[in-house]
Design a protein around this ligand. Sequence first.
Ligand SMILES: [Zn+2]
Length: 318
Amino acid sequence: MAHERIPLRLVPDLRPDEPAGRDGGVLGAVEVLPGLVRAALLTRAGAVRARAEARFDPAGSDPSLVDAALREAAAVFDGQSLLGVGVAAAGVVDPVAGRIIEVNDAPALRGHPVADRLAELSGAPVRVEHRARVQVLGDRWFGAGRGRRSFASVATGDVLGVGILYEGEVLAPPGGRSGAHMTVTASGEFCTCGRRGCWKTVATTRWLRERAAEHGFSGGEATLAALVASDAPAASRLVDRYAENLVLGLATVQQLFACGLFVLHGEALDGGERFRALVESRLRADALGGGELPTVVLGEAADTGTLLGAAGLVLSGA
Ligand SMILES: [Zn+2]
């Protein structure tokens, strides 16, 4: 198969507002992470009807470990009339082949043909995408991005990345990444990719935890939620810097794509309204004008958000 860009087309006769079952069919959603498979059955309006999850040894290298976990979690689809199954996978994926290429710290997922396995298990068509990219589809069909033609969905926390809907299409060119390795500081720390100053070196949980430890915050005090709630000036300054670092990447995305709306997922939700408002005000301060002033909103809780994205992949598929 040619490795060309496949636009995610919208199917005109599928209306997510309709009650499930009218034309037959519910949505299957699967999330594949190192050591964990989550599955959910959703209505076309995005209501979760049933969930299941199964664990596997992330250190193991035998792909049958993953097969067994998929089988266990996919039992939630038994006897259902599925429109399809969307898979949100960690790591590097090949959406055309329906395969996971590589996931750090999970050798059993390397090269795993997750789409073929789930198609055998569910009897339904299966589409696979990177989890940071599908999040935007959850927001587009069921969340804060509903009705919009362009916006961005942002994964924060241990995983950092941006998914972009532009003029109704998800920007997902083969080989494209989710932005975590954009260089945001010329002489910054070394990144896991071997280069210096990537966005993820300053805007993920690891950075926050390490800086918090330097200021004497440890354990439960070193989380975004605790730092936001703290009266300590050092905590407040750290939260400000974390928001600024997040905006280093978002401002670039805004300049290139004029997304207008940014939906935050993951750790940012723990920071609540205070953190959201900080990110928005920094982003607006960096805006160069011309076009919609950027707005920042909080998305669904992390685990549901990704599953909604996977379900959105089904509605967006041809
Ligand atoms: Zn990097």
